[in-house]
Write a protein that binds this ligand. Structure first.
Ligand code: CDP
Ligand code: CDP
Length: 226
């Protein structure tokens, strides 16, 4: 049986890594919903869209086309914003600094959620984000809520970013994670919440391999496929 799998949780705790590896093992499609909010944010930054101007936000959204593309032989898919591969740029700190404010705008969420639900219609999707188990796929057969100690999360994200942004400090990374978690959990529109039927996973002391084995066993239980 093909199912949808919803993975939610705080920033930088390993959701996308888990979702990508799980999808690969199951032969499912992996969707990083955060990449969609980051790409929308990049568009808003480039076009200087005022976040409190509903008309400007609506006009900007009507000009945005998002698509996930896969290159044969490469595991990672890229996200294209109006045909341009922006996978690298959306990871930069100037986008991370604004994305939670953009993602708190109801019109932005409706725009993204409609596309995410369309992608999940045929099942066989592993999607990670903040509202996947609560809003996007409330009927997902498997929901996982991931967390990890803040220091572990800061260290993981710092290791990733410093290769590309050498001047970055741990303090900056920590401030960004804490600010985003605060906005994401307190916004009025679909805040980050653990769905009542989500399994809680604290992966502070789990390696990528260990967490994959664990979630794969949960997925196999649900799909009935060994
Ligand atoms: O990977 P990281 O934890 O840095 O974040 P992400 O998954 O790339 O998501 C970036 C931001 O997009 C989050 O901090 C949220 O503000 C927003 N987001 C959201 O609101 N809902 C989602 N389903 C996914 C992301
Ligand atoms: O999607 P999210 O922001 O939750 O996190 P991610 O981008 O998947 O993972 C952040 C970093 O943590 C990546 O470099 C992963 O390789 C690393 N990670 C880890 O070291 N151990 C884990 N158990 C999970 C993720």
């Amino acid at each position: 049986m093909r199912i949808n799998i919803a993975i939610d949780g705080y920033s930088s705790c390993g959701k996308s890594t888990m979702a990508r590896e799980l999808a690969r093992e199951l032969g499912y499609t992996f969707i990083d919903s955060g990449a969609m909010y980051r790409a929308i944010t990049l568009y808003f930054l480039r076009h200087k869209v005022a976040l409190d101007d509903a008309t400007a936000v609506a006009a900007a959204l009507s000009n945005i086309q998002l698509r996930f593309e896969r290159t044969p032989g490469r595991e990672q898919s890229h996200i294209c914003l109006n045909g341009e591969d922006v996978s690298e740029e959306i990871r930069e700190m100037h986008v991370a600094g604004q994305v939670s404010a953009v993602a708190a705008i109801p019109a932005v969420r409706h725009f993204a959620v409609a596309q995410q639900q369309e992608i999940g219609r045929e099942k066989g999707v592993v999607m990670d984000g903040r509202d996947i188990g609560t809003v996007v796929f409330p009927d997902a057969a498997l929901k996982i809520f991931v967390t990890a100690d803040i220091q572990v999360r800061v260290q993981r994200r710092y290791e990733e970013l410093r290769a590309k942004e050498p001047g970055i400090t741990m303090e900056e990374v920590r401030a960004n994670l804490e600010a985003r978690d605060h906005i994401d959990t307190t916004r009025a529109e679909s805040p980050l919440r653990r769905a009542a039927d989500a399994v809680l996973l604290d992966n502070s002391r789990l390696s990528r391999e260990q967490q994959l084995m664990l979630v794969l066993s949960w997925a196999r239980e649900k799909t009935g496929i060994q």
